[in-house]
Design a binder for this molecule. Sequence first.
Ligand code: OOG
Ligand code: MG
Length: 260
Amino acid sequence: MAYFCEMDQLKQWALRLDEAANLANATQQLSLESPFDLGQAYEIQRLNIEQRKQRGFPLVGLKMGFTSEAKMKQMSVNDLIWGRLTQDMVLSSGESLALEKFIHPRVEIEVAFRIAKIIDRELQPEECMAYVDGVCAALEVIDSRYENFKFSLEDVVADNCSSAAYVLGDWMPVSENLNGLNMALFADGELLEQGTSDDILGNPWKSLAAATRLAVKYKETLEPGMVVLAGAATAAHFLKPGMQIKGVVDQLGVCGFQVA
Ligand code: OOG
Ligand code: MG
């Protein structure tokens, strides 16, 4: 692609994904139209999120994706990805999720970190604790903007890693040892999925360290108050009207929401 055509094309794709999200109307996978590389995929994501920022919703954090075997297997993608969280994705505790705003939303159980100090360099996992002042159970709602929830690695990155909404539990004090914590996802009191915090790259701190590496690479700064979602420990589940969703992580508390 010549430079000018490339920029136009990437912007056009970014606008298309933003519109698909806004109208809750699935679109065809971009990669089926014309191949593009991972660098271009992250540029589409940046331009896509720029639209949200222009509507007045600032960046509030980052999310990691495909940090567990269960997720990679479910979606047939085998590489770490990261996306951006904006203010309009926050679902406050007690607020219900309006299903009609989404295409085919799924929910997954995660661990979230709250950043305490600016991070503008890659941190090692053991350094991360000094930069965090809260950790909690979280639920992420993902909603691929692609038909049938199908995508290539590049497609899903361009689509901001399917980010749609997230709910946090109450922040808990930070503990150095986040290993071996049971993580469970319930709908209407029934256990849907169970895993452990070790399923997230062996240790959720490693996911935060990876987020610092990727943030530096793609020129994003993690600032105090921002949230990092470490990625789901288990497969994700489709949401249905009226569902009462609950996530529980040993020692890190509970979180939940009602599907309207
Ligand atoms: C992509 C997002 C992956 C996670 O926690 O692994 C993700 C998807 O599954 O559609 O958020
Ligand atoms: Mg996730």
